[in-house]
Structure formats: C-alpha cells, structure tokens
Design a protein around this ligand. Structure first.
Ligand code: ATP
Length: 276
C-alpha cells in the first residue's frame, strides 16, 4: 500500500510540466561572456499578483564584475536570482544574458550559464565526489579535485577516511557548517558556468572556517561574473559595486566607502546587519 502511494506521487512528479516553458524556436545564446542586464523589470509572484516584488528594477552587470545586493529582508534580492534562473516569468521589462532576452531562450540553456550557491545547499548522503559532481555530471576526477581545491575544501576532504569517496551521511551530516559551505561552493565551481549567483549563508562560523569560506568565495568571484546577496562586511568589501535594494527597487549604488559616506539606508544596514 505504501509503495503504491509513493509510486503515485513519483508518477505525478514525472508527469509534471514546468510552469516556465521554452518558446517553440528558442534563440541561441552567443559564446559566453557573463553579461547580465535587467531593464525596468516588474514582477509579482503568481500566488500574490497584487504584491509587486520588483518594481522598475534595472541593473547592468559587466562580464567579470562582482556586484553585491544588499537590502532589508523582503527587498526582493532572492527574487532577482529566481527571475534570472527562470523559475518564474515576469510581467514587464526585459532580462538579458550575454545580450539575448532570456525569455526567447530555452530555460535549460540559460541555466547552464549560471551557477547557484544557495544559503543551505542540499547535500546528499553520497560521497564528497558525488556531491561535487552533482554540479556537473560529466566532470572528471581531476575537475572535481580542482573545484574542491579552489573552494578550500581539499584539505578536509583528503583528511576523510576514504578521501573523496567517503560517504558523508544523510544531508552530509558528518561535516561542519563551514565544510558544507565549502562543499557547495565546490559544487558550483565544477559547473564552469560564467555567472555565479551566491546567496551568502548567514550562519555564524568559527574564525578559521570563516577565513576559509571567505577565501573560497574570493577564488570563486575571481573568474566569474558574480551577483552576491551579501550578509558579511568582508563580502561587500570584495564587490566592485554594491546595489542597495528596498521594496523591489534599486535605491543606491556605490562602493562601501561611498555608500557609508552618503549615510542613508546602506549605512543603517551596514551598522545593523553585517557580521564582521
Ligand atoms: P531575505 O533577505 O529575507 O531573503 P529578499 O530580499 O531576498 O529577502 P525576496 O525573497 O526576494 O526578498 O522576497 C521579496 C518579497 O516577495 C517578499 O515580500 C516575500 O514575502 C515575497 N515572496 C517571496 N517568495 C514568494 C513566493 N513564492 N510567493 C509569494 N510571495 C513571495
């Protein structure tokens, strides 16, 4: 009875149709540069059409640039990621990736150019190698190792009883918070996508893990166009530009020093929110 019930659910999942579909003849993306452009985007979640989450949102991120998104809870920072990832369709405006309107492309093709490090990435009970390779199935052992090295994860993985082949337990429960974060950064890096979307974890880490995670993020940002939802001072200081969001709009743009000097929302956020 239980198995039959579970099978029904699996069948339902296999039959489900994605809400965001590819157009009949999708546009091709050019060679990847990692350029992102939001133009006057307006968006409300389908479940709450009256609540506008992004309102006239515009942002241009140049290839290789690191842009930090900061703003109070509910400002719409995660929604920016979700639209770029094509999890939802938006009603007005335009989003371009490498100069092409993402609505004209196959959502799958758009996603191969993006690499997401979520706040709490889902890690699995497989080995360290399995967990990293989840980022890109075809990655070779060398590529998995190189990604782990960049993510400052090589030290602790090599120290595990069977190295990369060590089973990590359900949800990788045998690892510490900082190790899990570095493993999810390695998973994102193995994808070799030009754009990195980072939702920085808010969980507090000890000083050594914090240093290693920051080093991993620094490495990751170096070779990618990076959009980061930042919660730490060390991260905003690495950004080329900081975009301050409030109620779905961009209210200010600048470097940390410029924004602090101007006072206003950023200065208040910086003094209240950033963990140092
Ligand atoms: P936080 O820092 O708390 O994560 P955020 O700036 O990332 O906040 P979003 O998650 O983008 O904010 O949310 C913006 C607004 O959209 C909020 O008012 C939120 O309640 C609403 N929202 C988010 N997800 C959904 C959803 N799936 N359906 C309906 N409304 C949503």
């Amino acid at each position: 009875q239980k198995a039959a019930g579970a099978m029904l659910r699996i069948d339902e999942l296999l039959r489900s149709e994605p809400g965001v579909k590819a157009p009949p003849s999708p546009a091709q993306l050019p060679a990847p540069r990692g350029e992102i452009r939001f133009e006057h985007v307006r968006f409300a979640y389908p479940s709450r059409p009256e609540a506008v989450v992004l309102d006239d949102f515009s942002l241009h991120v140049k290839p290789g640039e690191t842009v930090a998104l900061v703003g109070p809870s509910g400002a719409g920072k995660s929604s920016v990621f979700r639209l770029l990832l094509r999890y939802y369709d938006f009603t007005e405006g335009r989003i371009e990736l490498d100069g092409v309107d993402i609505r004209a492309c196959d959502p799958g093709a758009v996603r191969t150019r993006l690499s997401l490090v979520a706040q709490d990435a889902a890690l699995f009970s497989g080995s360290a190698a399995d967990n990293i390779r989840f980022g890109r199935e075809g990655a070779t052992d060398e590529e998995v190792r190189a990604a782990a090295a960049k993510a400052q994860a090589l030290g602790f993985i090599d120290a595990l009883p069977q190295g990369f082949d060590t089973p990590l337990g359900e949800r990788a429960k045998s690892l510490s918070g900082g190790q899990k974060q570095r493993l999810s950064i390695a998973r994102a890096l193995v994808r070799d996508a030009p754009v990195l979307l980072l939702d920085e974890a808010t969980s507090a880490l000890d000083a050594e893990n914090e240093r290693l995670v920051q080093a991993a993020l620094g490495e990751a940002m170096r070779d990618h166009t990076t959009l980061v939802i930042a919660h730490r001072l060390a991260t905003v200081l690495k950004a080329d530009r900081i975009v301050v969001m409030e109620a779905g709009r961009v209210v200010d743009v600048g470097t940390h020093d410029e924004l602090v000097a101007r006072g206003g929302l950023y200065q208040r956020l910086a003094s209240l929110q950033f963990e140092t």
